[in-house]
Design a protein around this ligand. Structure first.
Ligand SMILES: Cc1cc2nc3c(=O)[nH]c(=O)nc-3n(C[C@H](O)[C@H](O)[C@H](O)COP(=O)(O)OP(=O)(O)OC[C@H]3O[C@@H](n4cnc5c(N)ncnc54)[C@H](O)[C@@H]3O)c2cc1C
Ligand code: SF4
Length: 326
C-alpha cells in the first residue's frame, strides 16, 4: 500500500505490466518517476485505485544514444548529460537540461515527460482551492474557467522533451494487449481531443521507447519560463535545420507550452525545403507560425507576451543554426 486507497504493483516485465493493466481496467495508472502522478494524487488529481510501477522493467531503461534509442524509463538527467546525444541530437539534450531541476531530472523519465498531464492555473491547485472555486471541466466541473465554455479544456501541454524529439522526426514503440507497434511520435498527440487528455494511447498501452533517425541534423531548443530554476515552459521552440550550400535540406519547427499538445508545423516548413533561408523567409515563417498559436490566460505570463517571445526565439534559433554555432 503506497497511501490510503492506492495499491502499488511492481511488475518486472512488460508482459506482466500488461497483465496487471488487464486485471484492473479503468482503475489503474502507470507510475514511472512519479514526479507528476504522485503530487497530482496527493492533491486529488487523477485519482486511481492501482498504481502499476514501471521501475523494475529493465527493458524500459535501455539507452543507446549512438543508435538514437532511448527507453521510456531513462531519466531526463541521463539525457541532459549524454555527450553522444548532445553531439547528434542537440535539441533533445538541451530540452532535458532545461527541464525541471537537477534532483527532479534524476527521477523524471522520458516516457512520463512525453505523457505529462496538461497544466492550468485553475487545475494544478490543492483540493481545497479547487473545491472553493467549484471545479472546472478537467476536474469534474461543468465549465472551463479560462475560456468560458462547456465543451473544451485549454490546459497547456508543458513537457520540454516532445518538441525537441518531434523536430528530429522521432518514432515511438508502444506495447498493448494486441502486441507491439512503432509509430511517429507526432501521432501520440491529438489536437482535436477535448483538451483534457490529449494523448492517443489505447487502454493499458505502455510507451516502451523512442527512436531517432541516424542522420545528424543541427538543432536547438529555446524556452521561456518564469524562473530559471524548476519551471515549466511558458512557450518553447525546437528547431532542426540543415543546409546544403545555401539551401535548406531539412527544416522542422515545434512548440510546447502554448496549446493542449506539442505542435509541429510541417505544412509551413516543408515548402521551404530546397530554397534559401533568407532573413525575409525566416521572418515570414516566424509570423506564420506565431499566428497559429492561441495560448490562453492559464499560465504565469500573458498570452501575447508568450507569442511575442516565441517569435523572437524562432528567429534567433534560425540565426544560431545558420551561423553553425550548433
Ligand atoms: C516542481 C516541478 C517542476 C517541473 N518542471 C518541469 C519542466 O520545467 N519541464 C518539464 O518538461 N517538466 C517539468 N516537470 C514535470 C516532470 O519533468 C515530469 O513530471 C516528468 O518528466 C514526468 O516523468 P515521470 O517519470 O515522473 O512521470 P510520472 O509522473 O510517473 O508519469 C506521468 C504520466 O505518464 C504516464 N506514464 C509514464 N510513463 C509511461 C509509460 N512508459 N507508458 C505509459 N504511460 C506512462 C503516467 O501514468 C502518468 O500519467 C516538473 C515537475 C515538478 C514537480
Ligand atoms: S483550461 Fe479550463 S477546463 Fe482546462 S483546466 Fe483550465 S480551467 Fe479547467
Amino acid at each position: 500500500m503506497l497511501a490510503e486507497g492506492f495499491d502499488l504493483h511492481r511488475p518486472s516485465s512488460v508482459a506482466e505490466a500488461l497483465e496487471f493493466a488487464g486485471r484492473f481496467p479503468g482503475e489503474f495508472r502507470y507510475l514511472a518517476g512519479g514526479t507528476d502522478v504522485l503530487p497530482g494524487l496527493f492533491h486529488g488529481l487523477g485519482a486511481t485505485r492501482h498504481l502499476i510501477s514501471l521501475q523494475d522493467i529493465a527493458e524500459l531503461r535501455a539507452f543507446v544514444p549512438e543508435e538514437g534509442r532511448i527507453g521510456a524509463m531513462v531519466p531526463l538527467g541521463t539525457l541532459a548529460e549524454s555527450p553522444e546525444l548532445r553531439a547528434r541530437f542537440p535539441a533533445v539534450a538541451e530540452a532535458a537540461r532545461q527541464a525541471a531541476s537537477p534532483n527532479l531530472r534524476n527521477s523524471s523519465t522520458l516516457g512520463g515527460n512525453l505523457l505529462l498531464d496538461t497544466r492550468c492555473t485553475y487545475y494544478n491547485q490543492s483540493a481545497f482551492w479547487r473545491e472553493a472555486l467549484g471545479y472546472c471541466l478537467k476536474n469534474g466541473g461543468e465549465e472551463c474557467r479560462v475560456v468560458q465554455n462547456r465543451e473544451r479544456c485549454y490546459a497547456a501541454y508543458c513537457g520540454d522533451l516532445a518538441p525537441s524529439l518531434l523536430v528530429h522526426d522521432a518514432r515511438i514503440e508502444v506495447a498493448g494487449p494486441k502486441g507491439r507497434h512503432l509509430r511517429p511520435l507526432k501521432d501520440l498527440y491529438d489536437p482535436q481531443a477535448d483538451g483534457r487528455t490529449p494523448f492517443r494511447l489505447g487502454p493499458g498501452e505502455i510507451l516502451l521507447s523512442v527512436s531517432l533517425p541516424h542522420e545528424k541534423v543541427r538543432s536547438t531548443y529555446l524556452k521561456l519560463r518564469a524562473r530559471s530554476a524548476p519551471d515549466f515552459p511558458e512557450a518553447s521552440v525546437a528547431i532542426a535545420l540543415t543546409l546544403e550550400g545555401k539551401k535548406l535540406r531539412e527544416l522542422r519547427v515545434a512548440a510546447s507550452g502554448v496549446a493542449t499538445v506539442p505542435l509541429l508545423f510541417e505544412d509551413l516548413t516543408l515548402p521551404l525545403i530546397g530554397h534559401a533561408m533568407t532573413e525575409e523567409v525566416a521572418r515570414d515563417l516566424a509570423e506564420k507560425v506565431s499566428r497559429r498559436l492561441h495560448p490562453v490566460t492559464n499560465t504565469a505570463f500573458p498570452p501575447d507576451y508568450r507569442k511575442h517571445v516565441f517569435r523572437h526565439f524562432l528567429m534567433s534559433g534560425i540565426h544560431e543554426l545558420q551561423s553553425g554555432t550548433h
